[in-house]
Design a protein around this ligand. Structure first.
Ligand code: PMP
Length: 428
């Protein structure tokens, strides 16, 4: 009861101080005071299994990252116009995770800034203005990106140079279908006298509902945009840094090398650091015509945090763990599907898993209310996930990469109970 009172107080205080534009997670928002590995602890001392957090990707408060941040913060932090070796060490280490064609990285503080910079580079280098994104994409908070983030629910302004394409379905012909829609968007641009600058996609299609398979399905669409002289920008803010298992980057699953790559969220394990990696030819052109300065982007503390995250991914074999635990989790979810007809599809790669819920089978209606109920019932049982997709009927499971098989067991056991309850309530 104490917890509820204090949560209500905090909500009232937030509303009074921060205003009405924010949305909290869960019908009963939760207040955490401490994190460790895959666990979050609330103010009353209960622990919650975090199966959602891709920011604290190497585990909450990982000691190696915390120490790196503290050490550098105690030594020096400043804006980014002085020489400093750490940012170069970070760039070197980060670029080593990319294919050889990607030779530069520029640092920002947020994924939105990274995508905004990618738009500027694409516009400057191609001299064009058209962008293609998926129908329920999210790419960031700036006003330029709002137009490329249809999941915000804002209509495209009249005369917009943005074209939307349906997210690739999970069908075996996802590659052809997606390429067909991209070609149609290119044709439509042509009719309006708009020249295409780039295709921008989240390579795991997170907000569209998590679409990962078959690996390689992005290739024909990327070939189609390149044939028109446009660029491919891979938004790795969600799939990047080993989450998809087996590869460091989501685009690698598709056998592609992007022109520009944006990254963020897990890059500093909670410390705000983000960036854009690029083919050097593009930045040569951009640098001739333009300048870039970001006060905090790649400051010494951010760089130290970023290096520490890469260290941990490597030393703890987290990419391999994502693959292993992710595979185990998908197997357990498959068993659950046999008992719960509400589950119609399980998709994903590594520790990025989407569980689609529908009423009346594969072709039935999206179980939007049931998905929300499942998410909230899980929260009551102290397991944290969320939902995604245009109908919000895809359970989104995206835990820190230190998630083990014992955590997957707990998640799926709890989900089993929750699905039974949610189904009973809906009368299905
Ligand atoms: N791209 C994708 C795919 C994202 O999911 C997000 C954040 N949800 C962003 C970009 C923007 O990142 P940030 O919130 O750090 O600005």
């Amino acid at each position: 009861a104490d917890e509820a009172v204090s949560a209500q107080d905090l909500i009232a205080r937030r509303n009074r101080l921060l205003g009405p534009a924010y949305r909290l997670f869960y019908e009963q928002p939760v207040q955490f005071v401490r994190g460790e590995g895959v666990w979050l602890h609330d103010a009353a001392g209960h622990r919650y299994l975090d199966a959602y957090n891709n920011v604290a990707s190497v585990g909450h408060c990982h000691p190696h990252v915390v120490q790196a941040i503290a050490r550098q913060a105690a030594l020096l932090n400043t804006h980014t116009r002085y020489l400093h070796e750490t940012v170069l060490d970070f760039a070197e280490k980060l670029l080593a995770t990319f294919p050889a064609e990607i030779g530069h990285v520029m640092f920002t503080c947020t994924g939105s800034e990274a995508n905004d910079l990618a738009l500027r580079v694409a516009r400057t280098c191609t001299g064009r203005t058209g962008f293609i994104v998926t129908a329920n994409a999210y790419h960031g908070v700036t006003s330029a990106l709002a137009e490329l983030s249809p999941s915000l629910g804002l209509p495209l302004p009249e005369g917009s140079h943005v074209r939307l394409v349906p997210a690739p379905s999970s069908a075996a012909d996802a590659g052809d279908v997606f390429a067909h829609h991209v070609r149609a968007a290119l044709d439509d641009m042509k009719k309006s006298g708009i020249r295409p600058a780039a295709l921008l996609v989240d390579t795991i299609f997170s907000s569209d509902g998590v679409f990962a398979d078959p690996p390689g399905f992005l290739r024909p669409a990327v070939e189609a945009v390149r044939a028109e002289g446009a660029l491919f920008i891979a938004d790795e803010v969600q799939p990047g840094f080993g989450r998809c298992g087996g590869h460091m980057w989501g685009f690698a699953r598709h056998g592609l090398v992007p022109d520009l790559v944006t990254m963020g969220k897990p890059m500093g394990n909670g410390h705000p650091v983000a960036g854009m990696a690029a083919r050097p030819e593009l930045l040569a052109e951009f640098g001739r015509r333009s300048r870039y300065f970001n006060t905090f982007g790649g400051n010494p503390v951010s760089a130290a945090a970023g290096i520490a995250v890469l260290d941990v991914i490597e030393s703890e074999g987290l990419m391999q763990n994502a693959q292993h635990t992710g595979g185990y989790l998908v197997k357990l979810l498959g068993q659950l599907r046999a008992q719960h007809p509400l589950i119609t599809e399980i998709r994903g790669a590594g520790l990025f898993v989407g569980v689609e819920l529908r009423l009346g089978g594969q072709t039935g209606t999206p179980a939007t209310a049931e998905a929300a109920r499942v998410v909230n019932l899980l929260r009551e049982r102290r397991v944290l996930i969320s939902s995604a997709g245009p109908h919000g009927n895809v359970l989104k499971i995206r835990p820190p990469l230190v998630f083990g098989t014992e955590h997957a067991d707990l998640l799926v056991e709890t989900l089993d109970q929750t699905l039974a309850e949610a189904t009973m309530m809906s009368g299905e």
